[in-house]
Design a protein around this ligand. Structure first.
Ligand code: ZN
Length: 145
């Protein structure tokens, strides 16, 4: 239910003095258009500036969403892992890969083959008994030692 606005009604609009969206009391109207408002915070009266239309606001919002999505894609850790994999793969020699054994110990950059994840490269050794391994699809933490 939208009650028709009239002088004395409260609306939230930008105060030109406070430079913020604040409660205002409508002082004067022409027809159904608000022309002057009084800021409830600084009690200054000023001309009412109609807010942007819904269409404009939506367009602005869509633009922001696209930027946010682009940033998110760039920060995607899986994507970063895949890029890292691609850059490392050319230097890999699968013949030198060792079969993953949870009782063995590994060093960083050791190439290994996991029965389930396939070819991987040790990216970090995490004491006391874990290694971080970059596989083609993702990074995994595996037991070792
Ligand atoms: Zn104000």
């Amino acid at each position: 239910m939208n009650r028709p606005l009239s002088a004395g009604s409260l609306i939230v609009t930008k105060c030109t003095r406070c430079r913020a969206e604040l409660n205002h009391t409508i002082v004067a109207m022409v027809g159904d258009k608000i022309v002057r408002v009084e800021c409830d915070t600084c009690h200054g009266t000023h001309a009412y500036h109609a807010p942007k239309t819904v269409k404009e606001a939506a367009a602005a919002k869509t633009g922001q969403t696209k930027v946010a999505a682009a940033r998110k894609a760039k920060a995607d850790p899986d994507e970063a892992d895949r890029e890292e994999w691609a850059s490392l793969q050319s230097g890999m020699d699968p013949d030198k890969a060792v079969r993953y054994d949870m009782n063995a110990t590994y060093r960083v950059n050791t190439l290994l083959i996991h029965s389930h994840f396939g070819l991987g490269i040790v990216k970090a050794v995490l004491p006391p008994n874990k290694i971080a391994v970059l596989f083609q699809d993702s990074k995994k933490l595996l037991r070792c030692g």
